[in-house]
Design a protein around this ligand. Structure first.
Ligand code: ATP
Length: 256
């Protein structure tokens, strides 16, 4: 751990209609660090990830990657303006995102689902894309399913393909939004194993999860999120074994 912030959120606010979903969220994840984000349903966890992945704009606040402000550009009068979509797409490559629902293309086989990101987003030629995608699918244990279609795979296998699809773009940081919550319980372990290996390889990660055991084992820091703000940040052993605050105790009690 170097203590160098890779991804930072500064004062993020987001309101939908009358509902203030994020009320000024600040946090950062350092190079090689894994942060687990826990919190009740509807507290705004997915919203934070979507903002950090540049899939949505905050009403106010900044997202920084390696110190550089993302999603906006400065104008000559010193104000900032949102980047146009094509420039956002370039910045998004650095931030891998894995969703609860795998969102694979049903009409493309596994290999094509992963090469597509390379050929369409990164402009890499087909042959090189196939090599890179195959290597990445090997890494997530899917090398023997290259020509299967998503409908022929289990949820756990589909999620591993979705992880390979994000990783193949060589992102600086990976964001996971409840990656196992749509899976049957017997398929959760294989996805968590891939994520743990990724964390061990030094990937910088932010993981929204309800998997307390995974968070305890893999995360460097756990953040408890509630009603649009971070209410607690602690190392996992302190968070899980020695909950000092009522909020943590109440939340953990609801998990089981
Ligand atoms: N696009 C949207 N339009 C309107 N309301 C939204 C939108 N996205 C999220 N919300 C609302 O914002 C609140 C926070 O949603 P969010 O999905 O970020 O919570 P969450 O903590 O990830 O919940 P869960 O664990 O159930 O996924 C919810 O009340 C949700 O209904």
């Amino acid at each position: 751990m170097t203590g160098t912030p890779v991804l930072e959120a500064v004062g993020l606010h987001r309101t939908y209609g009358q509902t203030e979903v994020l009320k000024g969220v600040d946090f950062s994840v350092d190079k090689g660090q894994v942060k687990a984000l826990l919190g009740p349903s509807g507290s705004g966890k997915s919203t934070i990830l979507r903002l950090m992945a540049l899939l949505e704009h905050p009403d106010s606040g900044d997202i920084l990657l390696n110190g550089k402000q993302l999603g906006v550009t400065s104008t000559s009068d010193g104000r900032s303006r949102r980047l146009p979509e094509r420039k956002l797409a370039v910045q998004r490559r650095d931030i891998g995102m894995v969703f609860q629902r795998f969102n694979l293309f049903a009409h493309l086989d596994v290999l094509h689902n992963v090469t597509l990101a390379l050929t369409e987003v990164s402009g890499i030629r087909k042959a090189a894309a196939v090599d890179q995608a195959t290597a990445m699918l090997e890494r997530v244990g899917m090398a023997d399913r290259l020509h299967h279609y998503p409908g022929e795979l289990s949820g756990g296998q589909q999620q591993r393909v979705a992880i390979a699809r994000a990783l193949v773009l060589n992102p600086t940081v990976m964001l996971f939004d409840e990656p196992t919550s749509a899976l049957d319980p017997e398929l959760v372990g294989e996805v968590l194993e891939v994520m743990e290996a990724l964390a061990d390889s030094g990937m910088t990660m932010v993981v929204v999860t309800h998997e307390a055991r995974f968070a305890r084992r893999v995360a460097d820091e756990v953040m408890l999120f509630d009603s649009g703000t971070i209410v607690e940040v602690a190392p996992p052993e302190e968070f899980f074994d020695n909950p000092q605050h009522d909020r943590t105790r109440q939340f953990l009690a609801k998990l089981h």
